[in-house]
Write a protein that binds this ligand. Structure first.
Ligand SMILES: *[C@@H]1O[C@H](CO)[C@@H](O)[C@H](O)[C@H]1NC(C)=O
Ligand SMILES: *[C@@H]1O[C@H](CO)[C@@H](O)[C@H](O)[C@H]1NC(C)=O
Ligand SMILES: *[C@@H]1O[C@H](CO)[C@@H](O)[C@H](O)[C@H]1NC(C)=O
Ligand SMILES: *[C@@H]1O[C@H](CO)[C@@H](O)[C@H](O)[C@H]1NC(C)=O
Ligand SMILES: *[C@@H]1O[C@H](CO)[C@@H](O)[C@H](O)[C@H]1NC(C)=O
Length: 645
């Protein structure tokens, strides 16, 4: 039973190992269960050893004459440790004393030390699991009809990234269609929040880490990381000219301006042209009064058509911080060299591969962009001088995206366009710089770009504006995640790694078995020894009151304890030192003892002084008690005094 209880304790602790239990009461109860098992194990092991101890105690009494004090101490070995201080017991009954010692040590090992195998601690919980996470899917914009709101789980409506106009509000007239009007209010909010936050990362929803990684705040939220891919809009930028006087590929692309506009030659430190060929608002045609942009009569054939997506032309100049030499022609107005550059960005459908690392207390996102194709793949024709002919429609016409035939493609394109639209609002305009000579030197801002992270503190654009623009736009797309009500926010299952520091039970099995192994081993040895003793003795013994009663029915004892038979304490010292031995009291050869009533040769076992008891022989049926009517003689130590009852 002891081994079984120890195993139960082991299994209980194994079950608790690394288990986080929030409720203090429950925690406390689990600990108590473990202790209860330890206690039961103690009872079982201790019980075994005590049985052997009792078996063995009689053997010792038979073999040695011990003082009454020692006999007392041996009987009280389980509750009184003074036994170990008594040289007589230690020297005369070493085995018994050792067994008694084991009885004392078992509770120490089991009750006190074994529960120490279960402690509390922090451990790093690590796992790789599949979880639903938000993703972006513009297909839901493709399939959206503003007439039928899409509901969220909580009953509120999902929000599109754009507002529509239509040719027919009811959507029943033959040939009706919806066409793009402008970015929706929600998209505006998301874009503005990102731009104004001035952070180097996308905005995310509050509590996103707990929601995405799982785990609660008080129970320990997870750190998690995963990668996901989705398709969305992206700006692909390239530098087409850089450096003072460089023309680069400006002509090749039909750039709307050249280096002459930018500092140090011109007055702009930032200059952009972002609206060439943009979708116009209002569209061509006449419309009914009121909302909805419903055309009067047959709609213009170009109504709502995306003929092109504007290319971003951004010129900027940065302070190289290298002082100009005195003889430099620019030195009349400038103290340091300014390096101008012109970049061109094309709005592309882009495959994003985003790695999210939600870590305490914030998160990191790394987006890789693979540009797939221009969102509207058309170009303006050139005039004779190489400039773009903006008065003519961009070509080829087949690549125009019309709201009439391919509605799904149209709505997706419109969604991309809406996000680009918001982005272009920030880039539009210019920042002028008054040169430091003759001074004063200051920047004049005619653009929202200075409200964003694209510029330095002094309103001059950042050095690596090409990458900054791409990343800023990509963060704007990722910021859609901050508003789960947005239509393009979808869910997907990804494989994520997550980890957290969890306060929990910690079980160290070695500690448990370090306690129990010696106990089990010693108990088994003692039990084998006990079995051997029983075999040798031919009978089992116990130390119950009745056994003591019958083994003390010796008149000699009555004599020597005269005056001290009330169980009074302290027992007279002189008596305490009387040596007694356990054995066969009556000598079978004594004539008086043969009553002729069948008790012939049958002795009575009892404590007595060493000289009056003989050895107990195995297999002989000794009488537990002498017959009541039997006259019996007892003799004193020296055998001279005789007394007849
Ligand atoms: C730059 O543009 C201006 C007009 O905007 C033009 O006069 C000038 O020749 C151009 N410079 C070069 C190098 O093309
Ligand atoms: C949509 O309709 C509104 C109201 O008629 C109008 O103000 C707006 O310009 C229209 N949008 C476009 C893109 O034509
Ligand atoms: C350019 O940078 C240098 C060095 O930081 C600085 O002293 C100078 O004032 C800057 N020039 C302008 C126009 O900001
Ligand atoms: C450049 O400096 C000269 C003389 O220092 C001044 O007359 C001229 O107006 C300056 N040019 C600009 C664009 O400030
Ligand atoms: C979560 O990440 C942060 C930052 O790397 C780290 O300090 C913290 O220990 C991590 N927590 C877990 C549970 O991994």
């Amino acid at each position: 039973m002891g081994i079984i209880f120890a195993l139960f304790q082991h299994f209980l602790y194994t079950y608790l190992h690394h288990r986080h239990i929030e409720d203090e009461n429950k925690k406390f109860r689990w600990v108590l269960y473990g202790r209860a098992l330890a206690f039961l194990a103690k009872v079982a092991f201790g019980g075994c050893v005590i049985v052997v101890f009792r078996q063995r105690i009689w053997r010792t009494f038979r073999e040695r004459a011990l003082s009454v004090l020692s006999i007392d101490q041996l009987f009280g070995a389980t509750e009184d440790p003074s036994l170990f201080m008594n040289w007589e017991t230690v020297s005369n009954a070493p085995i018994l004393v050792t067994i008694a010692l084991v009885i004392w040590i078992i509770p120490l090992a089991t009750i006190i030390f074994s529960p120490g195998a279960l402690t509390f601690g922090n451990y790093l919980e690590k796992e790789t699991i599949n979880r639903m996470v938000p993703t972006i899917n513009f297909k839901s914009e493709s399939n959206k009809d503003w007439r039928n709101p899409v509901k969220m789980a909580d009953g509120s409506n999902r929000r599109s990234v754009m507002f529509y106009n239509t040719t027919d509000k009811s959507g029943t007239q033959p040939g009706w269609f919806d066409y793009y009007d402008q970015p929706s209010a929600e998209l505006r909010r998301i874009a503005l929040l990102l731009a104004y936050s001035n952070m180097d990362r996308p905005n995310i929803q509050q509590g996103a880490r707990q929601q995405i990684c799982g785990g609660s705040n008080n129970g320990g939220a997870f750190n998690c990381s995963y990668e996901q891919t989705f398709v969305g809009p992206g700006y692909q930028c390239s530098e087409v000219a850089s450096g003072y006087g460089d023309t680069g590929r400006l002509k090749e692309y039909g750039a709307p301006f050249n280096m002459s506009e930018l500092a140090p030659e011109g007055r702009y430190v930032y200059y952009s042209e972002v609206d060439q060929g943009a979708y116009v608002r209002p569209q061509a045609g006449t419309f009914l009064k009121g909302p909805g942009g419903i055309p009067v009569g047959d709609p213009d054939p170009s109504l709502g058509v995306f003929k092109s997506e504007p290319v971003l032309w951004v010129g900027y100049s940065v302070n190289s911080t290298e002082p100009l030499s005195k003889d430099d022609p620019l030195a009349t107005n400038w103290t340091h060299r300014y390096d101008p550059a012109i970049i061109r960005c094309v709005h592309m459908e882009t495959k994003y591969t985003v790695r999210w690392d939600y870590i305490e207390p914030s998160f990191l996102s790394t987006a890789k962009r693979e540009y797939l194709a221009p969102i509207v793949d058309t170009n303006f024709l050139r005039m004779d001088n190489g400039d773009l002919d903006l008065s003519e429609d961009p070509q080829p016409k087949e690549n125009w995206i019309s709201p009439r035939n391919n509605v799904e493609l149209y709505k997706k394109t419109a969604a991309y366009h809406a996000i680009g639209d918001m982005f272009r609002d920030f880039l539009r305009g210019h920042v002028d710089l008054a040169p430091p000579l003759p001074g004063p030197y200051y920047a004049q801002v005619y653009s929202d770009v200075t409200k964003t992270r694209l510029v330095e503190k002094n309103s001059e654009p950042k050095k690596n504006l090409t990458e900054e623009i791409e990343a800023f736009y990509s963060d704007m797309v990722l910021s859609l995640f901050s508003a789960p009500e947005m239509l393009p926010i979808d869910e997907e299952k990804v494989t994520m790694n997550r980890s957290r520091i969890q306060s929990s039970f910690v079980y160290v099995p070695e500690r448990l078995w370090q306690c129990y192994a010696p106990v089990i081993f010693v108990t088994l040895i003692i039990m084998l020894f006990g079995a051997f003793t029983i075999w040798e003795d031919g009978t089992t013994f116990s130390a119950g009151f009745s056994r003591i009663l019958v083994t003390t029915r010796n008149t000699t004892l009555d004599d020597i304890s005269r005056g001290a038979c009330l169980g009074n304490d302290p027992f007279p010292m002189e008596l305490m030192h009387t040596r007694l031995k356990f054995g066969v009291l009556a000598d079978g050869s004594e004539a008086e003892y043969m009553g002729g009533d069948g008790y012939q040769g049958v002795g009575h076992c009892a404590f007595g002084v060493a000289s009056e008891v003989g050895p107990i022989i195995r297999g002989v049926p000794y009488a537990g008690l002498p017959d009541a009517g039997l006259k019996r003689r007892a003799k004193r130590e020296n055998g001279t005094e005789k007394e007849v009852d």
